[in-house]
Write a protein that binds this ligand. Structure first.
Ligand SMILES: NC(=O)c1ccc[n+]([C@@H]2O[C@H](COP(=O)([O-])OP(=O)(O)OC[C@H]3O[C@@H](n4cnc5c(N)ncnc54)[C@H](O)[C@@H]3O)[C@@H](O)[C@H]2O)c1
Ligand SMILES: [Zn+2]
Length: 376
């Protein structure tokens, strides 16, 4: 059977390329991972631009730290990165920038920043003149291992995160691992929660490899970073290729997230970094799986060890004491926070539970007594 995901020859000696080949109408695209690959952005984007026009939307902090990728000198819009850019007023600003830059449907937008800039720019690209191409140059660990691959775009509504968005696949993604050197420890750590999630979803080989390189990864060792980002991209590519519109298997990527979103909601958004909440959610999901499905306790231990190796809290109590959230993260608030997970079906929250590395059970309902034990 042919695999939807394959590695082609490296673009440079050090870079690795993962092809994302989707079912349906979307064109396949390459994700290139390696030190310095952001510099390829302008030429790559120009190659995709039928009208030769490109424009850059960038996180101003990243621009200040690293300069424009590849010395890009076409129109650029610099925005303060962070969740506050994922709003309709800023979306309109990006669309006006596209108009001022005289972009057409044959032009290419480059997104240079974390997941917030990527989600915003992807949405603008899918809307301007009914859609132009986007090249993603993700600059956070979370965006490289997760947000930049798969084509989901969004802005937030007052009523919830990511409630207005589209599926719009990029033409290419460049994951430049050297950019991660300037991330704050907190932002980096948050990405590691998603990395552990991805390794558990990927399988035994990937999880063991991650366990073996945990210390190097924490130290942002270039080789460990390249191997890990590539593993995550390959895994996410495999999952989204089989289910581009999230109708079935793609929901496995929600591992740890039903619990994680409940934690974020009960704590108040922004109080606990997303990847940290998801990390605790992974441990809770493994424990739930052991309790209701008889899955091996070894997976619980490996999940908690992995989190601790990355310096992340592994239990509700560790989380509460680390963020001083003992009062907010009470069982009742957490259980009512479960109702706010937008990905669950209407009604009872649904969980993705890991049964062993590489295997999950989708759509599991959990009794209130189990939830009380987990959240205690
Ligand atoms: N589309 C998807 O499939 C998907 C998946 C997961 C998450 N997301 C979205 O991604 C967003 C979170 O992304 P994020 O964690 O990258 O956050 P972010 O974009 O807010 O970046 C976090 C912070 O890091 C700074 N920063 C970015 N790159 C840097 C660098 N190289 N050096 C120093 N500082 C840098 C930014 O200025 C910002 O302050 C959320 O809005 C989430 O909904 C989307
Ligand atoms: Zn996530």
């Amino acid at each position: 059977m042919s695999s939807p995901v394959g590695d082609s020859d490296a673009a440079s000696d050090e870079a690795q390329t993962v092809r994302v080949a989707l079912t349906g109408d979307a064109a396949p695209y390459d994700v290139t991972v390696g030190p310095g690959v952001a510099a390829q952005g302008p030429a790559l984007a120009a190659g995709f631009a039928a009208d030769g026009r490109t424009a850059l939307v960038a996180d101003e902090r990243v621009l200040g730290l690293h300069g424009a990728p590849g010395g890009f000198d076409a129109p650029a819009l610099s925005l303060a990165g962070g969740e506050q850019v994922k709003t309709f007023p800023v979306l309109e600003q990006v669309l006006d920038f596209c108009a001022a830059s005289k972009l057409s449907r044959g032009s290419v937008l480059l997104a240079f920043g974390g997941g917030t800039i990527g989600d915003l720019t992807g949405l603008a690209a899918s809307l301007f003149k009914r859609g132009l191409s986007v090249v993603q140059i993700p600059t956070t660990l979370l965006a490289q291992v997760d947000a930049s691959v798969g084509g989901k775009t969004a802005v937030n509504l007052a009523s919830g995160k990511n409630l207005a968005g589209t599926f719009h696949q990029p033409s290419a993604v460049l994951c430049d691992t050297t950019l991660l050197g300037t991330l704050s420890d907190g932002e980096y750590e948050s990405g590691l929660g998603e990395v552990l999630k991805t390794a558990i979803l990927a399988g035994e080989d990937e999880l063991s490899t991650l366990e073996a390189c945990a210390a190097a990864l924490l130290a942002r060792d270039p080789e460990a970073l390249q191997g890990t980002v590539t593993m995550c991209v390959r895994t996410k590519a495999r999952v989204v290729a089989s289910d581009p519109l999230e109708r079935g298997p793609r929901r496995s990527l929600n591992l740890g997230h039903t619990f994680g979103h409940a934690i974020e909601h009960a704590a108040g958004y922004g109080q606990v970094p997303h990847g940290v909440a998801v990390g605790v959610g992974l441990a809770l999901a493994a424990r739930a799986s052991a309790m209701v499905m008889g899955s091996p306790n070894a997976l619980v231990e490996r999940t908690m060890d992995g989190l601790r190796h990355f310096g992340l809290p592994a239990t509700m109590d560790e989380l509460r004491s680390r963020y001083g959230l003992g009062a907010a993260l009470q069982t009742d608030a957490l259980i009512s926070g479960l109702g706010h997970d937008k990905k669950g079906a209407v009604g009872a929250p649904e969980f993705v539970l890991p049964t062993r590395p590489g295997h999950v059970e989708l759509g599991v309902a959990l009794d209130p007594t189990i939830l009380e034990t987990l959240f205690a």
